[in-house]
Design a binder for this molecule. Structure first.
Ligand code: C2O
Ligand code: CU
Length: 451
């Protein structure tokens, strides 16, 4: 993080007197922009007691990593867990070596080991980071953080709020309840009970009255699909899943499934003390409150589009992917562990991988070519389908009208078929999975290879 950004974010923290939890900047270690220590730590989410979480740098929320478009960022990860981990940078179109998937892109970071990630983000926007191992537990217990890539030329907002949405699976005394059950994994997943924004229950953030405010929602939850709306009828959607949309649209009710993001722009109330509340299914999640400012006649700035490669639809190849239920729901016992295969992608359930065993790719893509993925959800639940190292252009749905937009995580509703295209321009083996963590753990995961 450069000094200016650091000072700016410290100021934001100081300015927002009611900001309940300080988002710490990571400690730069020798020559590194960020250092992330992955470790167990107790955090306070509910009043009744502390929660034995897994954390980055000893707390929750995790440090917000701020990188700059087209500029390298270096992040040192030190594993102090007693199990292996890796860190994946969700939504980044970066070389495979930095993708953070065990065995496929790097060896697992063993307890006590360090791994240095370095990459140059081609796209600006709201992204995030999380482990790609033992994910029900590692993500579920708190290893999730925001990765914000600032535009090469920064748009003129008066405040920029980074809001990580997560429902904690905890009881009143702070201890964890079950993160997953087979019954739920077979259905919509196991929702956590305590809805939080940056680890707080319905926090309020102060913003300058009349200011142009960027509000970034990141769904870092394992399971919950948030349905975001606002008490401000003029709130605008500026970007979806990190990527600015060509023309902002008015927010009515936006569905953000696990892994997905939503950047909103609002003009803060001009009267001091007035508020705007953002809700999930009518339940308040977060409020912004106007505090005195000199700002007047502010407008929302336009976000520059990301350089997502242009599709060559004329010469594109269509590949069908069927997302289905597995009729065979008998538990599988392996190495004393019980697992289930509830879900299939093109009739295959993810069998897991290890050093000596990597399954075949679900599809092999020719480098440079355009592909249209025909994503068919043949189940009665929704699934956010995520691909690594590439960004889809979502073209069409059999259920609703779509203005094409870019996304790394495509939400498929019940029995919905979506056409999502990409240019296979990034060589490597790229994970391709549902981002409902219990679903990927019970079959909905695979990878495609770009050769
Ligand atoms: Cu958010 Cu495979 O990742
Ligand atoms: Cu799913």
């Amino acid at each position: 993080m450069n000094r200016r950004n650091f000072i700016k974010s410290s100021l934001l923290v100081a300015m927002s007197s009611s900001l309940p939890r300080v988002v710490l900047a990571a400690t730069p270690s020798a020559g590194f922009d960020y250092e992330l220590i992955v470790e167990a730590a107790d955090v306070n989410i509910v009043a009744g007691g502390s929660t034995p979480a897994l954390c980055f740098n000893g707390g929750y929320p995790a440090p917000v990593i701020r990188a700059k478009q087209h500029q390298p960022v270096r992040i040192r990860v030190i594993n102090k867990l007693n199990e292996p981990t890796t860190i994946h940078w969700h939504g980044m179109r970066i070389p495979i070596e930095m993708d953070g998937v065990p065995f496929l892109s790097q060896p697992p970071i063993m307890p006590g080991e360090t791994f240095d990630y370095e990459f140059t983000p081609p796209d600006a926007g709201s992204f995030w980071y999380h482990p790609h191992m033992n994910s029900v537990e590692q993500l579920g217990k708190g290893l999730v953080g925001a990765l914000i890539v600032d535009e090469a030329e920064k748009p003129d907002f008066d405040e920029d709020l980074v809001l990580c949405m997560k429902n904690w699976h905890i009881k009143d005394d702070g201890s964890f309840s079950a993160l997953t059950t087979p019954q739920n994994a077979f259905r919509m997943g196991t929702p956590g009970r305590v809805m939080t924004i940056n680890g707080e229950i319905h926090p309020t953030y102060n913003v300058p009255a009349g200011g142009a405010i960027r509000v970034r929602f990141l769904n870092v939850d394992n399971t919950v699909m948030y349905q975001i709306n606002s008490t401000d009828p003029d709130a605008q959607i500026l970007a979806i899943d990190g990527n600015p949309i060509a023309e902002p649209i008015v927010l009515t009710n936006h569905m953000a499934a696990p892994g997905m993001r939503l950047d909103l722009g609002v003009i803060a109330p001009s009267k001091v003390g007035e508020t705007v509340t953002f809700k999930h299914k009518g339940k308040p999640m977060v409020t912004i409150k106007a505090v005195a400012s000199q700002l007047k006649d502010r407008r929302l700035p336009k976000l520059p589009l990301n350089p997502i490669p242009a599709l060559d639809l004329e010469n594109a190849e269509t590949i069908k992917f069927a997302f289905e239920w597995n009729a065979n729901i008998t538990p599988i016992e392996k190495d004393g562990k019980v697992s289930y295969n509830f879900w299939t992608m093109n009739r295959r359930s993810w069998e897991g991988m290890s050093k000596g065993h990597i399954p075949d790719p679900l599809a092999t893509l020719e480098r440079g070519k355009t592909y249209i993925f025909e994503l068919s959800n043949l189940t009665q639940y929704h699934h956010p389908i995520h691909i690594h190292g590439h960004t889809f252009t979502v073209l069409k749905s059999n259920k609703k009208a779509i203005t094409p937009f870019h996304s790394d995580t495509v939400l498929l509703g019940q029995n919905e078929t979506v056409l999502a295209a990409l240019v296979a321009d990034n060589p490597g083996r790229w994970m391709y999975h549902c981002h409902i963590i219990e679903h990927l753990k019970t079959g909905f995961m695979s990878f495609v290879e770009v050769t």
